[in-house]
Write a protein of this length. Structure first.
Length: 990
């Protein structure tokens, strides 16, 4: 009995002890979360917010809503991006990706990068998942060190993708013994790698780095998935020990056919994203995307009957597409685009592929795709994605629109662009495929009006029908029928009338391109008030009129506005200064009047400003152009006046490439501070009232390819330092995008194409990047320049081969500097209509690329150097109206019209009126001409010495005569009588 009492007391004591421990535990977790971990989370929050608040990046506002808003209260397990265990006590996962802008230009004030304080994570003892991807971190805070990773002994998943840590991260990971998933994509890694301590690792992502040599991975015995795509590897070894590897992705490298011999030890491989061999009958996915594999695609591909995904795009396969592809009836995804296939591919060979959902074939000049066979065929598949641009579609059947599409009802993405398809707009595609997300029919020969079915197409996001022959007016209810469209491109057609007011119903619109049509009427800018996501408004080359001064609701995300070449009048609206993200403004060739609004100066992200060919007056505001991104400035053919303002200098000096201020009323001197434009490639100041000498500081702008200072009042001599300028070594036609150039838009070829790609989705930044780069690639640098006696506009790639210097129609004096002969890449040189003297420099013969040389209407003398006959590309040569003499050089290609030599009466030659007396002068004449040439060149006779010796002799003779008269009185009297008689007879006669 006593025993049971003792046991009861012990049991009661144990129960009380357990209760006390539970109560104490409840106090420690603070209603669901360990207090120590909650405080650490708040410190992490402070770190991220401090970086965001100190950022000078203007795009951070486009990111998702701030997840830290929910980081309040006692239970941290309810906070966004925080994962806890089932009891809600300990933090198991922190998903802190994409909280800071991850692109290259993210900076803090003071141009510092954000640093990661790893010590803030030390208190999470049960942490299993840590995701810090897509942040701007480049290093750890001082004294934290990389070895702190070793304390995360329970960590199973670590994601450091696109964090810019670089090679420093590689040596810090060996202590993570429990790690199973490691993602280091996009860190520019290229150093040695040792991960022998990660024996439990099953997934390793090293894609989008800079490895040229395969990293050592032999110790990863449990590795099942490896991604090495988008590196620079040319070959690799060591796969043989990864005998559990099931998924391998090495696409987008520099491999050649030898890659196949490196894969023989992968006995467990099921998914290969590069290639395989004919014996790998168990393969379900085969990807060879974006490598350099050449040769014909083997017919043995028909042996892979289990294949569901085949992607051999972006290689150099040639020959015909194997007919055995018809045996792969399990196929779901097939991509053959960007190869060198040839011949005819019959689409009906895929008729029995009942599982086929996605087909991609980007063709070329050597392949034709036929869908209209002599016999009718009915496909068993229902496609979701069909992409066949540039495939010479149905060339043998009159470019008929594919009729098999009539049976398709699940299409989400359709691209038949760049073919020769004829007929009306296929409205039935929209009617039959209610899930259609994207329709691309660009660059065909479709015609007629844009006819849409009567029902709303609520899933359609992208409609591109540019470069066709569509005509007529747009449907009145366009906005009601296409309410969700965000990318609408109808450019390069013959549409007319005005834009329908229902456009205001297209509230998701991001991109509207209606340029190069025949639209007319008043441009009602207010119709875009409700399109809050509008980023690209392109209405150039139409007949829009009226003014746009009315207030426009602020378009927070607008990046490009192009209304050039219309008939819009009035003043440039002041509301343009409210479009704070605007980067491209093109308003040229309209009828704008008044002054440039000061509000335009507040566009800090401005990359291009084009207000050329209007009637703008006044002076450029002194505080204008504070944008640190300005690259192209076009203000030609207006009536701007006053001196060129130093406000141009501002913060644009380092990247500004084009300045076009020609044909205005600018006065004063050419600013010496132009030398601050170290990247300037085109400087056009033609047709102003500029005066004074050409500043030698211009010679410090060494990257200039085209300089036009003509039609001013410049005086003085030509600077001899012009040979410091490259004139032609730098490519001009390169549109830059400083804010987006370091981002890449990646896509998963097997992903669902129905993903929301609109402007409001979670991938807004990638979406903006893609559209911006698309637009920037279409923007071409345009330069008006005189060459070969023609004033023309040069645009596009031709500018990469254009270089010139035009100093004509000024008041320049002195000799032509010999240093001009050092401009060996220059194509056009115009020094006409000045007051230049001296000889034509023989060193002009060094200008081997010269195509046009105009030195007419000067005071040049001497002979035309015979060496100029060696300039093979010289098609325009004009020396008219100078004081040249001698024989015109004779050579097979040195033949120019007589007008090129007018106004030089002492010139002679076979193809002008003044013929030379004899083609071969007598010996004495030849000697005389040689002597004359040597005199002209300053050879045998020193003209200065001759002048002074003559003057001295004359003075000695005169003084001697006076001395004789002074000494001899009789001679002096006779001389005076002689002078008196001469004066008498002179007066008598007159």
């Amino acid at each position: 009995m006593e025993y049971w009492k003792v046991m009861a007391v012990k049991w009661l004591s144990l129960t009380l002890l357990t209760t006390v421990m539970i109560l104490v535990s409840d106090l420690q977790v603070c209603n669901g979360c360990v207090e120590e971990e909650r405080l650490s989370l708040l410190r992490i929050k402070s770190m991220f917010l401090s970086y965001k608040n100190n950022s000078i990046d203007h795009y951070s506002e486009n990111y998702d809503d701030d997840p830290f808003v929910s980081w309040d209260g006692s239970n941290c397990c309810n906070w966004d991006r925080v994962q806890c265990d089932t009891s809600g006590t300990y933090v198991l996962g922190l998903l802190l990706d994409s909280l800071l802008p991850f692109h290259y230009h993210f900076r803090l004030e003071g141009n510092d990068y954000p640093l990661l304080n790893l010590s803030l994570f030390q208190n999470f003892k049960e942490l299993k998942t840590l995701d810090l991807a897509y942040n701007g971190f480049t290093d750890f805070t001082e004294n934290q060190g990389f070895n702190n990773f070793s304390s995360f002994n329970k960590l199973e998943t670590l994601n450091l993708s696109v964090t810019h840590f670089g090679n420093k991260i590689l040596s810090s990971l060996n202590g993570l013994n429990s790690l199973k998933t490691l993602r280091l994509s996009g860190n520019r890694l290229n150093g040695s790698m040792t991960l022998l301590g990660l024996k439990n690792l099953t997934l390793l992502d090293l894609s989008f780095n800079d490895w040229k040599v395969f990293p050592r991975l032999q110790g990863l015995r449990n590795l099942r998935e490896l991604d090495l795509s988008s590196n620079e590897m040319q070959g690799f070894r060591g796969f043989s020990r990864l005998n559990k590897l099931e998924i391998l992705n090495v696409e987008d490298n520099n491999f050649n056919n030898s890659i196949f011999s490196s894969l023989k030890g992968l006995i467990s491989l099921k998914i290969l994203s590069l290639g395989g061999f004919c014996e790998a009958n168990n393969l379900t996915e085969l990807k060879l995307r974006n490598n350099q594999i050449k040769g014909e695609l083997s017919e043995c591909v028909g042996n892979f009957t289990k294949l569901k995904v085949v992607d051999i795009s972006y290689n150099e396969f040639s020959g015909k597409i194997p007919t055995t592809i018809s045996k792969l009836t399990s196929m779901e995804y097939l991509s053959l685009e960007e190869n060198d296939f040839e011949g005819t591919f019959s689409f009906s060979s895929l008729a029995n592929h009942s599982n086929l959902r996605h087909f991609h074939l980007l063709g070329g000049n050597n392949i034709q795709v036929e869908t209209e066979e002599l016999h009718e065929w009915q496909p068993k598949f229902q496609l979701e994605t069909l992409s066949m641009p540039s495939c010479n579609l149905n060339d043998q059947t009159a470019s008929k629109f594919p009729t098999f599409l009539l049976s398709q009802h699940k299409l989400k993405y359709l691209d038949l662009s760049h073919n020769h398809l004829v007929g009306p707009f296929p409205f039935w595609l929209l009617h039959n495929n209610s899930a259609l997300n994207s329709l691309d029919l660009r660059n065909n020969s479709l015609s007629g009006p844009l006819q849409l079915s009567t029902k709303n197409h609520t899933r359609l996001r992208h409609l591109q029908i540019s470069s066709n022959n569509f005509s007529g007016q747009l449907p009145t209810h366009l906005g009601l029928l296409l309410p969700q469209v965000d990318h609408f491109d109808i450019s390069k057609n013959s549409f007319e009338g005005n834009l329908p007011s229902s456009v205001e119903q297209m509230k998701m619109l991001c991109w509207l391109d209606a340029s190069n049509n025949n639209f007319s009427g008043d441009l009602q800018i207010s119709m875009f008030d409700n399109t809050f996501s509008l980023q690209f408004l392109l209405l150039a080359n139409n007949f829009f009129s009226g003014n746009i001064e009315d207030a426009w609701k602020i378009k927070k995300y607008l990046l490009a506005l192009d209304i050039s070449n219309n008939m819009i009048s009035g003043k440039i609206p002041t509301w343009i200064g409210s479009l704070e993200g605007l980067q491209y403004v093109q308003m040229s060739r309209n009828h704008f009047v008044g002054e440039l609004p000061i509000q335009i100066c507040s566009l800090f992200e401005l990359t291009m400003l084009d207000v050329a060919q209007n009637q703008l007056v006044g002076e450029i505001p002194l505080t204008c152009f504070n944008s640190s991104s300005l690259v192209y400035l076009y203000m030609r053919k207006n009536e701007f006046s006053k001196p060129i303002p130093q406000g141009l200098l501002s913060s644009t000096a380092s990247i500004l490439k084009v300045i076009d201020l020609s044909y205005n009323n600018f006065s004063g001197y050419i600013p010496k501070w132009f030398n601050m434009f170290t990247s300037l490639q085109v400087l056009l100041l033609k047709g102003n009232e500029l005066e004074g000498p050409i500043p030698t500081q211009l010679c410090q702008i060494t990257k200039i390819s085209i300089m036009d200072l003509s039609n001013n009042k410049l005086s003085g001599s030509i600077p001899s330092c012009f040979n410091n300028i490259t004139f032609g070594d730098i490519k001009v036609n390169q549109t830059d995008n400083p804010n987006f150039s370091d981002l890449e838009v990646a896509s998963d070829t097997t992903s669902d194409v129905d993903t929301d790609n609109g402007c409001g989705n979670i991938n807004i930044y990638s979406r903006i990047c893609y559209m911006f780069n698309t637009y920037a690639s279409t923007v071409q640098v345009e330069v008006d320049f005189t060459t070969k006696h023609r004033y023309e506009s040069y645009k596009g790639n031709i500018l990469n081969y254009m270089s010139g210097l035009d100093l004509s129609s000024n008041q320049l004096t002195g000799d032509i500097p010999l240093q001009i002969g050092d401009l060996v890449q220059i194509h056009a040189l115009n020094l006409s209509y000045n007051k230049l003297v001296g000889n034509i420099p023989k060193v002009f013969s060094n200008l081997k690329q010269l195509e046009s040389l105009d030195i007419s209407n000067n005071l040049l003398s001497g002979h035309i150097p015979s060496e100029l006959a060696t300039l093979d590309y010289l098609s325009i040569f004009d020396v008219s109206y100078n004081n040249l003499s001698g024989m015109i050089p004779t050579a097979p290609h040195f033949t120019y019209p007589p007008s090129s030599f007018y106004g030089n009466p002492n010139l002679c030659g076979s193809y002008i009126e003044n013929k030379c007396s004899s083609p071969a002068l007598p010996r004495d004449n030849q000697l005389y001409e040689k002597l004359e040439l040597e005199i002209d060149d300053g050879g045998l006779i020193d003209l200065e010495a001759l002048f002074w010796s003559f003057a001295a002799s004359y003075m000695i003779l005169l003084l001697g005569f006076v001395a004789v008269l002074w000494i001899n009185l009789q001679w002096r009297q006779r001389w005076f009588y002689f002078i008196e008689d001469c004066c008498y007879f002179f007066c008598k006669l007159t």
